[in-house]
Design a protein around this ligand. Structure first.
Ligand code: SF4
Length: 225
């Protein structure tokens, strides 16, 4: 049966929404996608099979925190969609003081407030990743879903973790997947060794998720959360 995906945006930059739009022609026939915002009726969420939530949650914004809890109560499957929702991403750098909400200082991944079933990181997640997840979910392909499930309980992931857990431990094979996947060119391979330009890392975790060595650590349960 074709899936109905409800996408609720709690305050992202809209990159995830654009990626979702781009994915629609690639999704299995009949898949429905509806993007909703805080001005929409939250009750409509109940009509969906999966709820994708994009954007980090502002912990100084009680309304967003309550909305998240209501979304969790009204749905069976919640997907943290994009690196901000999954790990906090670039919003972790926020120190507040900006108009129109100068009191908004602290942003967190949504799994600090509610239980999440799957996470699709990426800044934004590419349409191919969205398709891969949807197809795997429809087929109940546990092998492929296991990575998305493992990611759902992790609260931060970045190039620093890749360096600590793969490069400095000698597990790196120099494949270059981390360099190619980084949206800000924060990782460069120098003599086949990944090097992190720390001030460019936006904590999206994309390099970690694309690294074949790191994902093995994740799926085998060998990583601290
Ligand atoms: Fe090394 Fe992983 Fe980067 Fe490949 S993706 S070069 S294995 S750190």
């Amino acid at each position: 049966m074709a899936l109905k995906i409800m996408h609720w945006d709690i305050g992202g930059c809209e990159g995830c929404s654009v990626s979702m739009l781009r994915s629609i022609p690639m999704l299995p026939e009949g898949t429905e996608v509806k993007t909703m915002y805080t001005c929409d009726n939250i009750q409509e969420i109940q009509g969906g099979d999966l709820v994708f939530i994009s954007g980090a949650v502002c912990m100084d914004d009680g309304e967003s925190v309550e909305t998240l809890k209501m979304l969790r109560e009204q749905t069976t499957i919640v997907v943290a969609f994009g690196s901000c929702a999954a790990f906090g991403g670039i919003t972790r750098f926020s120190r507040g003081g900006q108009e129109p909400y100068p009191h908004h200082r602290s942003f967190s991944p949504i799994n600090r407030v509610i239980r999440v079933d799957y996470s699709l990181p990426g800044c934004p997640p590419p349409p191919q990743t969205i398709r891969s997840f949807i197809v795997s979910y429809e087929k109940n392909d546990e092998n492929r879903l296991s990575l998305f499930r493992k990611l759902s309980s992790i609260k931060k992931l970045s190039g620093f973790d890749l360096l600590d857990e793969v490069v400095l431990t000698g597990l790196c094979i120099g494949c270059g997947a981390c360099e190619i996947s980084c949206p800000t060119n924060a990782i460069r391979l120098i003599d086949k060794v990944p090097t992190l330009i720390t001030e460019r890392c936006i904590r999206c975790g994309t390099c970690y998720v694309r690294c074949p060595r790191a994902t093995k650590i994740l799926v085998s349960g060998g990583r601290r959360e």
